[in-house]
Every structure is written in C-alpha cells, then in structure tokens.
Design a protein around this ligand. Structure first.
Ligand code: NDP
Length: 287
C-alpha cells in the first residue's frame, strides 16, 4: 500500500502499533512528545518527525495513541487546520463522551474519524487473541481494514464514535467484577491453608466453564421473559450460605453482598420464582 501513515505517541502501545506498520511495509512517520522513543523504529525504517504538526503533514492517515483524552486534545487542538482532508484514527482509551467529542472536533476540522478501543496489552498486538474495537466512519474502517487487521481482530460497531469505548468499558466492567470474584474465593480459602495458586488451578477451569451460561442468560434477557422454564430461580440463588461462610472465615462480605443485594431487590419486588438473569433489572433500574 502506498498510503503514508503517521503515528503520534510512542509509549508502550503506540511504539508496538507503529512497529507492526513498519514491519508490514507501510511508509510510517512517527512522533513522540519526549525525544528518544523513535530511535528503534527509525532503525527499522520509520521516519521521525520533529513536531506533531510535521507528523500530521507527512501522513494521509494519522494515528494517535496517547495517554488519555486530555493529551489528544493538547496535541491535536493546534493542528485542526493541518488535519483537514486527512483521516484520523484515535486508539487512545477515552470515555464514550470523549470519543464523541473528538469525532465532532474532527468533523469540524474536515477530517474523517474512526475511534478505536484496544482490548490487548502491547505484546499481544499482531498475535492471536488481540482484539480492537472500532466505531465512527464506516468508510475509514473499510478503507484501512487491512492495516487495522495487522494489529489484531478488528470489530466495527457503528457510526456513533462512542460505541467502541462503550463496548470496551462494558467488557472491562465484566472483567473487573470477575477478578474481584476470584479474589474473594482466594481470600475465603486462604485461612484453610490454601494458596492463591492452588485456588487459581481450580477457579480458572470452573469460571471458564461458567461463561457458557452467558448465552442462556442472554436469550432470556433479550426475550424479556424471566419465567421461561429451566432457569435457576432467584429464590434458589440466595447467597446466604456464601456470606455466612465468608464471615466465618473472617473475610469481607462486600463482593458477594453486592450480588445478594441485586438478587434481593428482585425478590422483594415479587419476582423470587423468576430466573437469575432477572438481576439485570436491578442493574438497569438503580435503587
Ligand atoms: P504510555 O504511558 O506508555 O505512553 C503514553 C504516551 O502518551 C507517551 O507517548 C507519552 O509521551 C504520551 N503523552 C502523554 N501525555 C501527553 C501529552 N500531554 N502530550 C503529548 N503526548 C503525551 O501508555 P501506553 O502506550 O501504554 O497507552 C497509550 C494508550 O493506549 C492509552 O490510552 C492506554 O489506555 C491505551 N491502551 C494501553 C494498553 C496497554 O496495555 N499498555 C492496553 C489498552 C489500551 P511521553 O513519552 O512524552 O511521555
């Protein structure tokens, strides 16, 4: 491909993204605020720009991988004139509202915009398992798909630029709560002399198998009928035993109590005989 690409931000992630482009033969210009981070890429064939403006002018496609939304604003705000007629792909992690703000800014600047959310750590880039979520311009996603696919599996969600980060944060929410669940179990068994390593050996296959339940929950949720046969009822899902055992072990009950509260709100509202998936209604309607 003869498109010239510029990568702004050569931190842990940006340098790996740029490296993948250089390796694939893209003419790549790189820029970083602090000096010294471009050298390895330059040795491999990239060109270093002295300023962000120089980098933007060098590339038809401009990729930003900076720390956060504020740093994107700081770098790009003075360059709106330069960005006119170019394409901007911003893979910096931002909130959905911030992604929409950057999309609106890019539209005013006359630049086509695609927002990205990276679901991978740097060493996974270009390897199986790396996933990057995109939203914003469908034209940009389609045109640069071969380039984006160098980094990982590319998934496009729609024209609303905030969708990729919304998805990104929703997936991270699931991850953190699951991690907290693992930590809770490890803390419960620790006073019995079980190491975290021993617990992990049991928990990893168990939780992996349990993710198979997502599809069944999803069918019930999307169907909107929590009385469908074959579900575990909310009343049956009482977590009292887990709370009592946690207290007996002398550990905090916070993690499990949070789930118990979601269950209890539905039981209190008269839905105790309905399926466990109904706790999503507790989440959809804050107490
Ligand atoms: P680093 O901390 O390694 O790098 C941050 C980069 O942002 C550096 O290039 C830094 O430049 C630059 N920067 C920070 N503030 C400014 C500013 N005000 N003006 C100009 N440049 C600035 O972060 P990562 O590379 O790890 O992360 C980059 C983005 O990728 C983040 O949004 C992160 O959330 C996301 N991401 C990272 C993952 C990871 O595992 N690393 C995973 C998924 C997403 P300087 O060298 O001058 O400080």
């Amino acid at each position: 491909d003869d498109v010239r690409v510029s990568v702004l931000g050569l931190g842990a992630m940006g340098s790996v993204l740029a490296g993948a482009l250089v390796k694939a033969g893209y003419a790549t210009t790189v820029w970083n605020r602090s000096p010294g981070r471009a050298e390895e890429l330059v040795a491999r064939g990239a060109e270093a720009a002295a300023t962000a403006g120089e980098a933007v002018r060098a590339g038809q496609l401009v990729i930003t991988c900076l720390l956060d939304h504020a740093s994107v604003r700081e770098v790009l705000d003075p360059l709106s004139g330069e960005l006119a007629g170019r394409t901007l792909i911003n893979v910096t992690t931002t909130s959905p509202a911030q992604s929409r703000e950057t999309a609106a800014w890019a539209a005013r600047a006359g630049a086509a915009y695609l927002d990205g959310g990276i679901m991978a750590v740097p060493h996974m880039i270009g390897q199986p398992g790396a996933s990057i979520l995109y939203s914003g311009s469908a034209e940009v996603f389609d045109e640069y798909r071969p380039l984006l696919d160098l980094w990982g599996d590319s998934t496009y969600f729609g024209e609303d630029a905030g969708l990729a980060s919304l998805y990104d944060l929703a997936l991270l929410a699931g991850m953190y709560v699951m991690f907290a669940g693992f930590m809770h179990g490890a803390a419960m068994v620790a006073p019995a002399g079980v190491t975290a390593r021993e617990f992990a050996a049991m928990a990893a296959p168990w939780l992996t198998a349990m993710t198979g339940g997502f599809h069944g929950f999803a069918e019930v949720i999307d169907g909107g009928d929590y009385t469908v046969e074959g579900q575990q009822s909310l009343r049956f899902s009482d977590l009292g035993d887990i709370l009592a055992a946690s207290s007996d072990q002398g550990v905090s009950t916070e993690v499990v109590a949070m789930v118990q509260r979601l269950i209890q709100r539905q039981i209190d509202a008269g839905h105790g005989e309905e399926g466990f998936a109904r706790i999503i209604e507790s989440i959809r309607r804050p107490a």
